[in-house]
Design a protein around this ligand. Structure first.
Ligand SMILES: Nc1nc2c(ncn2[C@@H]2O[C@H](COP(=O)(O)OP(=O)(O)OP(=O)(O)O)[C@@H](O)[C@H]2O)c(=O)[nH]1
Ligand SMILES: [Mg+2]
Length: 334
């Protein structure tokens, strides 16, 4: 009898690495089905922010903190431009203090090929595999540059948006429009000049209706569903109990402020559990994922039945204004 995938990835790092490669290649559906019952235990933490704010250094420092507390850490670095530079150093540093030979830390850089949508899906599946492999904390680093990061961050329970002083006139996250997804704001490089300006800008942003937005988001999550879902639990937060994103200050290279940050992360997890939001958000996420997968599959089945010439002809008709796009879609659906 062959050993199951869960047993193999838990005991053999090479097996885990191979599985993650198959996930990236989109050829791991059987394994994903097999390991899915073993997921749902890890705390998945997203770390995003503008380039150079110190996300990788922060991930390193957080991972070390968790290791010191005997928690295992899986790291996913989603970086479309550069490899995870701090990874090897971290791995070595952690391994040195571990006698069993199991470093307790596993780092994976995501390949950049494929569409961004595909990347978000693969990242979420990789996080899931690390969860099934038994890692207590899964850290996902993405460079905050737009919608793709927001999509990737959706896989996380707790999202950290990292800022750094002196990067420009404005707070970077505001420009990138990713402040809305922050459960915790981190001002890293707190040893740098301009710290107060950055803190003031962030506090002002939080006062300026960020809180209201969050509550609206929470409500939307329950009322904006595409299908009806069971009644919302009473515990769902209102204006008085909604999570107020704290602002943490860190110097990830020293490191300083990491314990406090880990405290905020744990508090957010507690909040999600206490309010029932953990369950509610997961339900919304599952619903979206199923619908997304159905949509992708239906679309690819449909498109496989249309030949190149038909497709070109349809586009030409729309371009010459003899058919409108909705009409073309109707033709395809027939
Ligand atoms: N002074 C200071 N420098 C820091 C701190 N954290 C990180 N750095 C430095 O900032 C630079 C960028 O750090 P990274 O951790 O690679 O930043 P990043 O956000 O992961 O960068 P990208 O992945 O390229 O977007 C490195 O030279 C770090 O040593 C800090 O708290 N204080
Ligand atoms: Mg980085």
């Amino acid at each position: 009898m062959t050993t199951g995938i869960v047993e193999r990835i838990r005991t053999n790092r090479r097996e885990l690495a191979r599985l993650l490669t198959r996930i990236e290649n989109g050829s791991a559906s059987a394994e994903m089905a097999e390991l899915y019952p073993h997921t749902g235990k890890a705390h998945i933490i997203g770390i995003t922010g503008a380039p150079g704010t110190g996300k990788s250094s922060l991930v390193n420092a957080l991972a070390q903190h968790y290791r010191q507390n005997n928690l295992t850490v899986g790291i996913v670095a989603v970086d479309p431009t550069s490899p995870f530079s701090g990874g090897a150093i971290l791995g070595d540093r952690i391994r040195m203090r571990d006698r069993s030979g199991d470093s307790g830390v596993f780092i994976r850089s995501m390949a950049t090929r494929g569409s961004l949508g595909g990347l978000a899906r693969a990242t979420s599946d990789v996080a899931r595999a690390l969860d099934a492999a038994g890692f207590d904390r899964v850290l996902i680093e993405t460079v905050g540059a737009g919608q793709s990061e927001v999509d990737i961050a959706r896989a996380a329970h707790t999202t950290l948006v990292v800022e750094a002083p002196g990067l420009g006139d404005d707070v970077q996250a505001i420009k990138a429009g990713i402040l809305e997804i922050a459960d915790i704001l981190v001002v890293n490089k707190a040893d740098r000049p301009g710290l107060e300006i950055t803190l003031r800008a962030l506090r002002a942003m939080l006062d300026l209706g960020h809180r209201a937005e969050r509550i609206a988001q929470v409500k939307e999550m329950h009322h904006g569903q595409m299908m009806t879902v069971p009644a919302v639990s009473k515990a769902v937060p209102d204006e008085n109990t909604a999570w107020q994103p704290p602002i943490a200050q860190t110097v990830s290279t020293e490191p300083r402020g990491i314990e406090e940050l880990a405290g905020h992360i744990a508090a957010h997890r507690d909040y999600l559990q206490r309010t029932g939001l953990l369950v509610e958000r997961e339900r919304a996420r599952i619903q979206n994922e199923i619908l997304e997968r159905v949509r992708d599959e239906v679309l690819s089945r449909l498109l496989s039945r249309i030949d190149e010439a038909q497709w070109r002809d349809l586009i030409a008709r729309v371009q010459s204004r003899t058919l409108d796009p909705a009409g073309a879609a109707a033709v395809l659906l027939e």
